[in-house]
Design a protein around this ligand. Structure first.
Ligand code: DX5
Ligand code: ZN
Length: 230
């Protein structure tokens, strides 16, 4: 059976995308199964190269390992300096969606074309210090914009409320164009901040710490986020 795609989901639907970075890697299979039981359709996978960001996380071997155990959409967030070189490897390992950073060192048009070559969806992201205007010219060519609400590199940081004007402006632009581009936010999303981002117009909500380290377990964490988002 064909896996669901990001384009099958409306950008008016709120989606919780747990970030595996905060999972217990000794029990990855069980943690993923718990997200499935909570109805999670999108898993966020953070890839860091120790160069674009000052941290190294997971890569192709982890995707290969977990691809056979779930049909969830793999939303791969590349925090790497040279995305172009690695796209084919991530696609072969099972990526359904790839987001790269506008601040990376590769040519954005080339990266978009390379991702499109494999018929998967494309996302572009911007760090807190980058203006939304840098991404707007690409709006017609991509499926999702990821607005970072922390400095990329680490989980467990505090939500930057001053990123909300970007979210609101982007929602206005997307509504004007009538397109189905998704607005993803990433960093510090928890049971308190979730309502702010949804009200601002974000619909794909990455949550690491608040899902995998939640006191009552993963399933309840996802349900609580969904409840507070509405
Ligand atoms: C940060 C990553 C995030 C991170 C979010 O660079 O892109 O996806 O895992 O973690 P929390 O939800 O703990 O802020
Ligand atoms: Zn991320």
């Amino acid at each position: 059976m064909l896996r669901k795609k990001l384009t099958d989901i409306s950008n008016k639907d709120v989606v919780i995308a747990p970030s595996l970075l905060a999972a217990d890697f000794t029990s990855l299979k069980s943690e993923i199964e718990q997200t499935k039981r909570a109805g999670v359709e999108v898993l966020h996978i953070d890839v860091m190269d120790g160069h674009f960001v000052p941290n190294i996380s997971m890569g192709v071997p982890v995707l290969q390992c977990i691809r056979p155990i779930t049909d969830q959409i793999f939303d791969v967030h590349l925090m790497i300096s040279h995305p172009l070189k690695y796209i084919s490897s991530f696609v072969r390992a099972g990526a359904d969606h790839i987001t790269f950073h506008i601040e990376s060192e590769d040519n954005a048009e080339q990266v978009i074309n390379e991702i499109r070559k494999y018929s998967i969806t494309v996302g572009m992201s911007l760090k807190p210090g980058t203006d939304l205007e840098a991404l707007l010219p690409y709006l017609g060519q991509i499926d999702m914009i990821l607005i970072m609400t922390v400095e990329p590199g680490f989980g467990g940081q505090s939500f930057m409320a001053n990123m909300m004007p970007k979210v609101r402006l982007l929602r206005e632009e997307i509504s004007k164009s009538g397109s189905n581009v998704h607005i993803e936010v990433d960093g510090g999303i928890d049971h308190k901040t979730v309502s702010t981002v949804v009200k601002g117009g974000a619909n794909v909500l990455v949550a690491g710490t608040s899902v995998f380290k939640y006191c009552d377990g993963i399933e309840k964490a996802v349900l609580a986020l969904k409840k507070n988002a509405s």
